[in-house]
Write a protein that binds this ligand. Structure first.
Ligand code: HEC
Length: 156
């Protein structure tokens, strides 16, 4: 079948582009958005791995190792998050814009314990995720480590 490709030569009106400011978002510091983006990446890679571990998707060794390594880069060793967790960015100051509890700062450095835990558990998963059994036997500890730190996350 012959496809007829219509070429539309339209004179594009030089519309004045008004930048639309999302008012609801305007009070959220970029540091907060960045750390929430980190958490979304955590969730993204852990979901890929979790779906394989549970049999929801087919186990793929290459993808499993790549996802575990990516999770490690994001959460365990790769990127500097220090400026994302600036003082003055908890629920006490920013309300609904964040779920980070003030305890992160008031009990500092207590949060380093769960952070240490997640590094150990992610390392173990990186090393083991080349087989389905290895992935299955290590992913639970990663999930527990995420949860251990989420005591610093408000429930709203
Ligand atoms: C260092 C402690 C810590 C670790 C480790 C941690 N989280 Fe979080 N997580 C938080 C805090 C605090 C928030 C709230 C951040 C905010 O709203 O500013 C959060 C938020 C989230 C969110 C919501 C993000 C959004 O868009 O609002 C998801 C999803 C999430 N974490 C998943 C994970 C997963 C999966 C892991 C493990 C791989 C993990 N987290 C490890 C502390 C942690």
């Amino acid at each position: 079948m012959k496809k007829i490709v219509g070429i539309i030569c339209g004179a594009i009106a030089a519309a004045v582009a008004f930048s639309v400011v999302a008012l609801a978002d305007s009070h959220v510091p970029s540091s907060v958005k960045a750390r929430q983006a980190v958490m979304q990446l955590n969730n993204y890679y852990l979901s890929i791995l979790g779906n394989m571990a549970s049999g929801k998707t087919k186990y793929d060794a290459k993808l499993a190792v790549a996802s575990a390594k990516s999770l490690s880069l994001v959460e365990a060793e790769g990127i500097d998050q220090s400026t994302m967790w600036a003082p003055g960015t908890s629920t006490a100051e920013l309300g609904d814009a964040t779920r980070a509890k003030p305890e992160i700062w008031s009990t500092w450095p207590a949060i380093m314990e769960p952070i240490k835990g997640i590094k150990v558990s992610i390392d173990a998963m990186v090393n083991a995720s080349g087989t389905l059994e290895g992935l299955q036997s290590t992913i639970g500890d990663v999930g527990k480590s995420c949860a251990a730190c989420h005591k610093y996350r408000s429930g709203k």
